[in-house]
Design a protein around this ligand. Structure first.
Ligand code: PEP
Ligand code: MG
Length: 589
């Protein structure tokens, strides 16, 4: 750790891209972009310039082949495909021919031509409204720089002596792989998100990573130490000794905890007296699927389809949506994926640049799409087309009234009729559910339940609307209380209403993944929990530790309590008495 002058602690928050905690000194990695300044060639130098280019390409291929075999050995065939793709580009005769042709005809140096030619492809890829293509553009950029570097015989330093947390502006897939040969404790970057290759590879390599920190590479200085928390996305620069101690304990507990929990992954989520609950996951990105399957989830209880709009503000075509939904359905088969129709507006991305005084109370979720049925129909057709294996359900967000549900169901019928007329297969009995996340829907849950196959409680919004507390407002975050008795009583009411109509009731709000709430929710009769993949084994362990009748007794006790604090301390006491390894601070308790 750093000695001498005490530096002030800086806490930053990024995207938790790969789980784990790292504590240590930093290694600042700066990757200079090699220069590709334009230089005129004498006609007599053309052949040797082409030779220089070909040698650089061959060297790049050799390097990547080495990285590929290292990756295959370390993380397996499928996750190493990215390097195969880079090698294929290098072998593309069309590309090589056009580079050679341009050097000859334009009499310009190879670095300039490579940079200019490959950048054209990159630009085209970046223009595509597709996050997959954007990722590919970064890979192509990496490849371009590799060729240029090899022409200049400059080398990247990819070694550091003692164990360190690597901090950089960005990480290429090759960087992520190569640095893992060193004693790298973790990755922290300015750029990149959960879907970047750096994130995917870090997860595969089991190296904790926090990406998308904005400007960490500029905020740290040589000799700094950091704590990197790949569970929460927090990074603490120059942590105090108390923080270090706290995180050391947390790290030890996690390590012990993860090895203890591994055995729960393949066991069913069943209470001691045999009540089986469904333990599904909330997913936003395709890249999370693998981790979720590894964690032993029973399918997907909430796919936030609006994540398809994150890369660009446009609604993807029906075909693109269909492909994505089909991929999810196939990967989790025979388990189910519940696709929530686009939930935009409120705190989520705006449908367009409209100004609303109260966006949370405004044009949001299903409200938008009942006004724009052509978009809803397109999405419903894509969902239905992907449903032919009968493991997809559709769910509507932000429902306020039963009329909205009836209307949305009419659109499902229209979409079905359209597909039927084109003889396209789909699941005619696709399950239809709604999120109960607005108080009016909660109060009238019985009426709504009559119209649907299931209800899924969205406690994130339900809490904010019940307590009139903006879920994203730090000033009043103390008042955002998921354990407020009003929330608990409302959950009970919704579950009872659903059961009265013989419909199953799930929960996909964050409360479902809070270990403090698990026994209470079982006792209230919840049929399905949909949680972030990282907490799956922990929640399963709690479910398997209690009988339904015990949980019911606990629930009736909790329903008698009057304040949030009473509820919390009752539940905390219950968990702490029985489990030494449940990590309550994971959930900000
Ligand atoms: C919720 O509101 O509880 C929920 C699961 O949906 P989101 O967080 O996406 O609004
Ligand atoms: Mg919500």
């Amino acid at each position: 750790m750093t000695e001498g002058k005490i530096k002030s602690e800086i806490i930053m928050r990024g995207i938790p891209a790969a789980p784990g905690i790292a504590i240590g000194n930093i290694y600042l990695y700066t990757r200079d972009v090699p220069s590709a300044i334009e230089r005129a060639l004498n006609p007599g130098d053309v052949d040797s310039e082409i030779e220089r280019l070909k040698k650089a390409i061959a060297k790049s291929e050799k390097e990547l082949t080495k990285i590929l075999s290292f990756a295959q050995a370390k993380i397996g065939e499928s996750k190493s495909k990215i390097f195969e793709a880079q090698i294929m580009i290098l072998r593309d005769q069309f590309l090589i021919d056009s580079l050679v042709k341009r050097i000859r005809s334009e009499l310009r140096n190879a670095e300039f031509i490579v940079n200019n030619e490959i950048s054209k492809y990159e630009k085209m890829m970046l223009m595509a409204q597709d996050d997959y293509m954007h990722e590919r553009a970064h890979d192509v950029d990496d490849l371009k720089n590799r060729i240029i570097r090899n022409m200049q015989s400059t080398k990247l330093v990819s070694k550091f002596e003692s164990a360190a947390i690597l901090v950089s502006h960005n990480l290429t897939p090759a960087d992520t792989m190569i640095f893992s040969r060193n004693a790298v404790l973790g990755y922290a970057t300015d750029k990149g998100g959960i879907t970047s290759h750096a994130a995917i590879l870090s997860r595969a390599l089991k190296i904790p990573a926090v990406l998308g920190l904005g400007d960490i590479s500029r905020r740290i200085s040589p000799g700094d130490s950091i704590i990197l928390d790949g569970y929460s996305g927090n990074v603490i620069i120059n942590p105090s000794s108390e923080q270090i101690l706290k995180y050391q304990i947390k790290k030890e507990r996690y390590t012990k905890f993860e090895s203890n929990l591994a055995k729960f992954k393949s066991l069913p989520a069943k209470t001691l007296d045999g009540r089986k609950v469904e333990l599904a996951t909330n997913i936003e990105f395709e890249e999370e699927l693998e981790y979720m399957l590894l964690q032993g989830g029973d399918g997907i209880g909430l796919y936030r389809s609006e994540s398809l709009l994150f890369a660009n503000d446009q609604i993807p075509s029906e075909e693109k949506q269909y492909k994505k939904y089909k991929l999810f359905a196939d990967r989790v088969f025979p388990n189910r994926v519940i696709i929530r129709t686009f939930d935009i507006g409120g705190d989520k991305i705006a449908p367009q640049t409209i100004e609303e005084a109260n966006p949370f109370l405004g044009w949001r979720g299903i409200r938008i799409f009942l006004d724009r049925p052509e978009i809803l129909l397109e999405q419903l057709r894509a969902i239905l087309r992907a449903s032919s294996r009968k493991n997809i359900a559709v769910m509507f967000p932000m429902v306020t009234t039963v009329e909205e549900v009836i209307k949305a169901k009419e659109y499902i019928e229209i979409a079905k009729a359209e597909l039927r007329s084109k003889k396209i297969k789909f699941d005619p009995n696709i399950q239809v559910g709604v999120m109960i996340e607005v108080p009016s829907a909660a109060v009238t849950a019985d009426t709504i339940a009559k119209e649907v196959d299931f209800l899924s409680i969205g406690t994130n919004d339900l809490t904010q609307y019940l307590l009139a507390v903006d879920r994203g407002n730090d000033i009043i975050s103390d008042l955002y209380q998921e354990f407020h008795p009003s929330v608990i009583h409302t959950i009970r009411h919704i579950i009872k209403a659903g059961h009265k109509e013989k419909k199953w009731v799930g929960m996909c709000g964050e409360l479902a993944g809070n270990p403090l709430a698990t026994v209470l929710l079982i006792g209230l009769g919840l049929d399905e929990f949909s949680v972030v993949p990282s907490v799956l084994p922990e929640i399963k362990k709690i479910i398997r530790s209690v009988s339904y009748s015990q949980a019911q007794r606990l629930a009736s006790e909790v329903l008698r309590l009057r304040t949030t604090e009473e509820v919390r301390s009752y539940l905390r006491h219950y968990i702490e008495k029985r489990f030494t390894d449940i990590l309550l601070e994971n959930n900000n308790e």
